[in-house]
Design a protein around this ligand. Structure first.
Ligand SMILES: C[S@@+](CC[C@H](N)C(=O)[O-])C[C@H]1O[C@@H](n2cnc3c(N)ncnc32)[C@H](O)[C@@H]1O
Ligand SMILES: C[C@H](CCN)[C@@H](N)C(=O)O
Ligand code: SF4
Length: 362
């Protein structure tokens, strides 16, 4: 008990924590001690962001993928998911509806769909056009989550208006990475993020929990996240998927994810940390916010024919994964949605000097 308090006091004084101290916090199981951890995380969030939360619209516009990630419902050989590829027009329409509803950002996500990634130019052109139009029509910041793409493509996507590149390493344990992201290259994935940073994009890094990782792996990942300089960092509990190699893996206790969110907040007080609706739906939102998260991700319009990633249907058709659906939950925790201007300010601040004067939205 005493040890926990001493570590939290250090964190609240913005003193760096030792690896052993980080491990201690990650592994807390006692509910009273965990509550202290979350309370400290909320103090740090309040200092940096007051009671303001950002809301991200999620547009999973193609569920086709060339990869075979063992954890993913949409891996190429899985016959279970309904595959779809939305047209440019549909994507823009959905993004505009999300903007109208009040989200601060549009996250354009796809499986590594060969149709968009093939080197014939046409698919690439379409992807660039989607980003350009979504940006122009919504006037919002745009995040792209297309998997690993070439540096050349990243430059074009940035020029078309993409502000953020999201690409999650899942783990920084190379052996584990190789067992999860089959036939993919750890360094290539990492380098694509490092490159995105050099061209002035903001980068999101992420971790999966419950796929054979341990607390030491998490602590190591937190070091790597700092090394990368990610502006948004996330963790999501693994959700077992029908038809995939990891289907029979035990569902991880959500305490691990919630502890990691709080530790992330203490170690990275001024960064964005999502509470994803894609793990436990709206029912899991309050717990994640109360652990220090400050972004609600995976807001999906109902009746749009769109899916989530790890929870492909949960809470979507009911209209709960919407701005209206999450607003009362924010209020329960004393939080409110930020204004768009506040979000843009935060982004410009993060970008700092090196793209000075470059408008984020306009
Ligand atoms: C589906 S991918 C979309 C972007 C792109 N295809 C890629 O892999 O980078 C987004 C993320 O969802 C997460 N994810 C996928 N399947 C999951 C599952 N079953 N449980 C939890 N998270 C999952 C992974 O962290 C993955 O990086
Ligand atoms: C994992 C997805 C994000 C991809 N950039 C989305 N389902 C989410 O939870 O935010
Ligand atoms: S995580 Fe992404 S790259 Fe891997 S199978 Fe799923 S959609 Fe494809």
């Amino acid at each position: 008990m005493k040890e926990t308090s001493a570590i939290l006091d250090k964190a609240l004084q913005d003193m760096p924590l030792k690896q052993q101290e980080i491990l201690h916090l990650l592994q807390l199981t006692d509910s009273e001690q965990r509550e202290r951890l979350f309370a400290a995380a909320r103090i740090q969030r309040q200092r940096q962001f007051a009671n303001k939360v950002f809301l991200y619209g999620f547009v999973y516009f193609s569920t086709y993928c060339r990869n075979e990630c063992t954890f993913c419902f949409y891996r190429k050989s899985n016959g279970e998911p309904v595959r779809y590829r939305k047209s440019t027009q549909e994507i823009v329409k959905i993004a505009c509806a999300l903007a109208e509803a009040g989200v601060h950002l549009i996250d354009l996500t796809m499986g590594e769909d060969p149709q968009f990634l093939a080197n014939n130019g046409l698919g690439n052109e379409q992807l660039i056009e989607i980003v350009r139009l979504v940006k122009q029509q919504t006037g919002l910041p745009v995040m792209i989550s297309p998997g690993v793409v070439s540096n050349d493509m990243l430059v074009k996507l940035k020029q078309a208006g993409a502000n953020w590149y999201a690409c999650y390493q899942e783990t920084h344990n190379r052996q584990l990475f190789n067992s999860l992201r089959l036939n993919q290259c750890y360094d290539k994935r990492w380098n694509s993020k490092a490159f995105a940073k050099t061209i002035g994009m903001l980068v999101e890094e992420g971790l999966l929990v419950g796929v054979g990782d341990c607390a030491q792996d998490t602590a190591h990942s937190l070091v790597k996240m700092r090394e990368l300089g990610a502006a948004q960092i996330r963790t999501m509990s693994f959700v077992p998927q029908r038809g995939t190699p990891l289907y029979n893996t035990a569902i991880p206790d959500n305490c691990r994810e919630i502890n990691i969110i709080a530790v992330m907040r203490l170690l990275f007080p001024n960064k964005l940390i999502p509470a994803s609706l894609d793990v436990e739906g709206v029912g899991g939102l309050k717990e994640r916010l109360d652990a220090g998260a400050n972004v609600v991700t995976s807001i999906i319009p109902p009746q749009s024919g769109l899916m989530g990633v790890s929870q492909s249907t949960l809470d979507i058709s009911e209209g709960y994964r919407t701005v209206a659906g999450v607003t009362p939950i924010l209020a329960e925790s004393g939080l409110v949605a930020a204004t768009l201007a506040e979000y843009v300010d935060w982004m410009e601040n993060q970008l700092g000097g090196h793209v000075k004067g470059e408008a984020v939205c306009r």
